[in-house]
Write a protein that binds this ligand. Structure first.
Ligand SMILES: *[C@@H]1O[C@H](CO)[C@@H](O)[C@H](O)[C@H]1NC(C)=O
Ligand SMILES: *[C@@H]1O[C@H](CO)[C@@H](O)[C@H](O)[C@H]1NC(C)=O
Ligand SMILES: *[C@@H]1O[C@H](CO)[C@@H](O)[C@H](O)[C@H]1NC(C)=O
Ligand SMILES: *[C@@H]1O[C@H](CO)[C@@H](O)[C@H](O)[C@H]1NC(C)=O
Ligand SMILES: *[C@@H]1O[C@H](CO)[C@@H](O)[C@H](O)[C@H]1NC(C)=O
Ligand SMILES: *[C@@H]1O[C@H](CO)[C@@H](O)[C@H](O)[C@H]1NC(C)=O
Length: 505
């Protein structure tokens, strides 16, 4: 049955795809990795089983959302089934994260043997099928105990605890894991969690859109971001001193990367776009590559931006073997028109950045246009501005309403367009080494719960067995990975011309 539907889907895809200027898997380097991704809280479920304790994400979802990851896809129990799906697809790599409180329930101290066994088994199962694990050490799920004890990421104490957690991961899993990301989308994590209040632990100032119980949007995002850079650098240093010679892996930080392009060709919009690049990329990438924050951030933020000591600069600079890119959408940037001055100054990350976003076509948190050239300009910008570092595209994908289910042709078009733009960037010299679809299967999502999933596989969350079924995108990716599909490369230049520099928008 499955084979028949796979054949049918391939046939349909062949018919809708014009084959000219086509590419296949073979046009990418052999050691390039095509994968798919999940994260612990979004996939595992089993939130209170076998010794796991709450993270700030459990607390956040139980407080603010109708949905939570208590059960999610039950990956904790169904991991063998899911690895089998990956193997059937011909998936080359799987990105997942380690739940800190499953491995070390008190945040520091004793290891939970059942948590340890779960990750060892999962990695062993992946290796059995030749699937490369890409492990994210931290994905939004700080132990609640550490948040309660000292305030989590806004306290420098987190650096030591994070490093000790990473040490356990390297020691226990490092013989079989060669690709490590320390912190998931560090930029948007700092912004979402400490400026907007939209992600755990949900800190913000009283003037933000939602009511946070605590926070300061004008200072905390920068303090948290600073501690993330130091925690990343500390774990990276430890890896290099203690493990790298033997284990021969690489370790990087990942950032959320909007495609950014000026709205008009005016000088104001060009400068605004550079400012947005400095705030959204340079904030983390400049310290990692050149050792300090961008000048414009220092100027705008003054004493609100923490300062690196000489010793810290040495540690942070060069601490990322690769840059992880999480990319979903592209915005046009315009210099804001002056507004009547507000009664009280409201500082937060976006106000500090001081640009306006113009969305291309339909845009909401759950729906956006496919703009493949946006990923190409991200990869090109990182190549040009940060000494062409190795890059992994760690997330890219499309949410769709749950009722769209199995016939997710727009997702197929989205993914093939973006893979095409990765190929264009590689051909132009970008050192991009991997591409991961978010997500392997429908998972619990931070912003939309179970309503707008991204999966290649459908999960029936009403079914007690949480049955998985392949969507058309799973069949398409299977065909692509097995070299059976030619994809027509989008005419990136044409698309770009249609969208940017247009004053009629
Ligand atoms: C925030 O709290 C205030 C005061 O309790 C209330 O009036 C307001 O409706 C709340 N806003 C939201 C978005 O929940
Ligand atoms: C945030 O912190 C700054 C600097 O400590 C302070 O001046 C400001 O009043 C604080 N804002 C809020 C909303 O607490
Ligand atoms: C912007 O584009 C318009 C139309 O192509 C052109 O006339 C104008 O000189 C350009 N302005 C700048 C600042 O490049
Ligand atoms: C290709 O790379 C060159 C040199 O790095 C750069 O100048 C050029 O703009 C790039 N082309 C595209 C289409 O991004
Ligand atoms: C999901 O599972 C429920 C309960 O088993 C079943 O009634 C329903 O038909 C399933 N939905 C789909 C789309 O398979
Ligand atoms: C771009 O614009 C050209 C000319 O208006 C049009 O023919 C083409 O279909 C557009 N392409 C896309 C992808 O929107």
């Amino acid at each position: 049955m499955q084979t028949l539907s796979l054949f049918f889907n391939l046939l349909v895809i062949f018919l809708v795809t014009r084959v000219s200027d086509a590419f296949t898997r073979k046009d990418f380097p052999d050691d390039f990795l095509f994968g798919a991704a999940t994260s612990a809280y979004q996939w595992e479920g089993a939130f209170d089983e076998d010794g796991r304790t709450p993270s700030v994400w459990d607390t956040y979802s139980h407080t603010y959302s109708r949905y939570n990851g208590d059960i999610a896809c039950d990956g904790y129990h169904k991991y063998k089934e899911d690895v089998k799906l990956m193997a059937e697809m011909g998936l080359e790599a799987f990105r997942f994260s380690i739940s800190w409180t499953r491995l070390i329930p008190n945040g520091r101290g004793p290891i939970n043997p059942k948590g340890l066994l779960f990750y060892k088994n999962l990695i062993k199962e992946l290796r059995k099928y030749g699937i490369e694990p890409h492990v994210t050490i931290y994905h939004y799920d700080l132990p609640q105990s550490l948040e309660d004890e000292y305030g989590g990421w806004i306290n420098r104490k987190v650096i030591e605890d994070f490093t000790a957690f990473a040490d356990v991961c390297f020691r226990e899993f490092g013989d079989d894991v060669k690709l490590w990301t320390t912190i998931n989308e560090a930029t948007i994590f700092a912004i979402g969690s400490y400026s907007d209040g939209l992600s755990p632990p949900g800190h913000c100032s009283p003037y933000e859109l939602i009511n946070c119980s605590t926070g300061n949007s004008s200072t905390e995002p920068y303090i948290a971001g600073h501690n993330m850079l130091l925690a990343h650098a500390s774990a990276s240093k430890l890896y290099k001193l203690k493990y790298k010679n033997k284990q021969r892996g690489t370790i990087g930080l990942s950032i959320y990367a909007f495609g950014l392009s000026p709205y008009t060709n005016s000088t104001e919009d060009e400068i605004a776009t550079q400012r947005a690049q400095d705030f959204l990329f340079g904030w983390m990438l400049k310290p990692l590559v050149f050792g300090d924050y961008p000048d414009v951030m220092k100027r705008v933020l003054g004493p609100r931006l923490p300062v690196f000591s000489e010793e810290e600069i040495e540690q942070v600079k060069g601490s990322s073997d690769f840059i992880g890119i999480i990319h979903y959408t592209t915005v046009l940037i315009t210099n804001p028109t002056p507004k009547p001055s507000l009664l009280s100054p409201r500082h937060d990350f976006y106000a500090d950045m001081g640009v306006e976003f113009v969305h291309i076509g339909k845009y909401s948190l759950y729906e956006w246009e496919s703009i493949p050239w946006g990923l190409e300009i991200v990869l090109e910008y990182v190549k040009e501005s940060y000494n062409n570092p190795p890059i992994y595209v760690l997330e890219n994908g499309k949410p769709m309403k749950h009722d769209s289910m199995l016939q997710d042709t727009p997702r197929v078009e989205y993914i093939q367009g973006y893979i095409g733009s990765v190929l264009n960037a590689i051909k132009n010299g970008s050192d991009t080494r991997g591409y991961f679809v978010w997500s392997l299967i429908d998972v619990y999502e931070l912003l939309s719960g179970y309503m707008h999933p991204y999966g290649l596989y459908y999960v029936n969350f009403s079914d007690p067995g949480l049955k998985r079924s392949p969507k058309r995108s799973a069949s398409w990716y299977t065909g692509f990975l097995n070299g059976k599909i030619d994809v027509t490369s989008q005419d990136i230049t044409q698309l770009k011309r249609n969208f940017s520099g247009s004053s009629s928008m």
